[in-house]
Design a protein around this ligand. Structure first.
Ligand code: PLP
Length: 435
């Protein structure tokens, strides 16, 4: 693992022009901000496509059985974005009725979709069944019983993966750890729930138990817990004489958000999961199951850049400099939720030297609306553009209308092609959902 330079956090097709303007896929960020306004989010198509094909080729290289990459829609999804993904042969991890519908309406074969969630509604389960999505990832005993009934009523067998919680601790923020003994997700191994569910599902007439799944958490940099979880889950299944045809160790591989964080090469992750699954099945002289990894953050985080306009400044009695921007908590709640760290740079002063550290604060009516606690910047003027890299995952998808703000415009950028609008700036007062 090595540390990254600030420009290494930006999308792969980032450069600067001689006037010090940030360019993404050769599009000038100040020109885009002029045309589309701020806050503005941009996605670099090359970064997304390269990241997808890297994981797909690592899986092919290291795994002897069939394999697939699924994209976790919760990281970011929109209709045009889904139609671009549908062309890359990724499968899709969906967690809601709307995510399934949006994906299908925009080119996803239902057989590539897996439905997750700890409290799926009857409507969601019925839609998944009737539209023949690939797998419903059952999370608890009540869901298993309900699904069995819904499938039975329709004379069907529900295609199922069971989500198993390995009761292992992983090193990440508590709010994004999902593998521990107190997790709200999945069938736990320690209390026997996992074994019971495997036996029940395997014996059911209306459940087609295709496989097993786990997801340990997000922003993980250590591959050891994946190996331990895979071994625990497959050992538990083999006690029930059950050997899955499909197996997913989830996603969660992390990305650096600041230059001081390490770069975690996904090769180590893919190598660890492929070896762990293969070893288990080869030791039993069985062919390995189809392996599906589910990545959200690693696919889109680095591809996205948030662009804000700088506003008023002040100096506190403590001497700390405060710089306000025209977005913040409403388009990016990650700092408030997980104390996420970011860096930034001034997109129209890329060649200027550091001037001083600033606390970058949003415009919303919360003291906690701090985007960056301290970042050294060139001297900002009113109306400069602040570019925040690694903004592609779990920001827009968690954005709100706090203070009746409108969600930002979002663009897809590729070299030698005009910018494409993925999302228009929301016009909240005309959005049509208020009486
Ligand atoms: C079941 C499941 N799979 C995959 C992911 C993707 O995680 P990440 O974006 O960290 O790769 C998540 C994220 O919460 C998840 O819940």
């Amino acid at each position: 693992m090595n540390k990254v330079h600030i420009l290494g956090l930006f999308p792969l097709s980032t450069s600067c022009d001689e006037r010090g303007n940030l360019l993404i896929a050769k599009h000038s960020v100040p020109s885009l901000a002029d045309e589309y306004g701020t806050p503005l989010y941009v996605y670099d198509g090359k970064t997304i496509k390269d990241h997808i094909s890297l994981i797909q080729s690592l899986l092919k290289e290291y795994y002897q059985g069939a394999s697939a990459l699924a994209y976790a829609a919760k990281a970011y999804i929109s209709p045009k974005f889904a139609s671009k993904l549908a062309q890359t042969k990724v499968e899709l991890d969906a967690v809601s009725l709307n995510e399934m519908k949006l994906a299908i309406q925009n080119g996803f074969d239902p057989d590539l979709i897996h439905l997750h969630g700890n409290n799926k509604s009857i409507e969601e389960l019925t839609f998944a069944l009737e539209n023949h999505i690939h797998a419903i990832v059952v999370d608890n005993g009540q869901e298993l019983a309900l699904l069995e009934k819904l499938a039975g009523d329709r004379g069907m067998r529900a295609p199922v993966w069971l989500r198993i919680t390995p009761d292992l601790h992983v090193d990440t923020h508590a709010h994004i750890e999902t593998s521990a003994i107190d997790s709200k997700f999945g069938f736990h191994i320690d209390n026997g729930d996992a074994e019971l569910a495997i036996r029940q599902a395997a014996a059911s007439r209306h459940i087609n138990l295709l496989g097993l799944h786990c997801h340990l958490g997000s922003q993980l940099f250590n591959h050891e817990p994946y190996k331990a979880a895979i071994k625990r889950i497959l050992t538990t299944a083999s006690k029930c004489k059950y050997y899955p045809l499909e197996f997913s160790p989830g996603g969660g591989w992390g990305v650096p958000y600041t230059p001081s964080q390490s770069v975690a090469d996904p090769t180590a992750w893919i190598l660890a999961v492929t070896e762990a699954v293969q070893e288990f099945f080869l030791a039993k002289r069985m062919s390995p199951p189809r392996l599906i990894v589910e990545s959200g953050r690693w696919i889109v985080a680095q591809a996205g850049v948030a662009i804000y306009k700088t506003g008023f400044q002040k100096v506190l009695p403590t001497g700390e400099r405060i710089l306000s921007i025209d977005g913040g908590l409403a388009d990016n709640p990650r700092k408030a939720l997980y104390n996420a760290e970011y860096i930034a740079w001034i997109a129209n002063k890329m060649n200027d030297p550091h001037f001083a550290p600033y606390r970058v604060v949003g415009k919303y009516c919360e003291t906690g609306d701090v985007l960056i606690q301290s970042v050294k910047l060139p001297e900002p003027d009113y109306g400069d553009l602040l570019a925040v890299p690694v903004s592609g995952a779990y920001q827009l998808s968690m954005a709100s209308n706090y203070n009746l703000s409108s969600r930002p415009a979002v663009l897809w950028l590729e070299e030698d092609k005009p910018a494409e609008i993925l999302q228009r700036r929301e016009n909240l007062l005309e959005s049509g959902w208020w009486e």
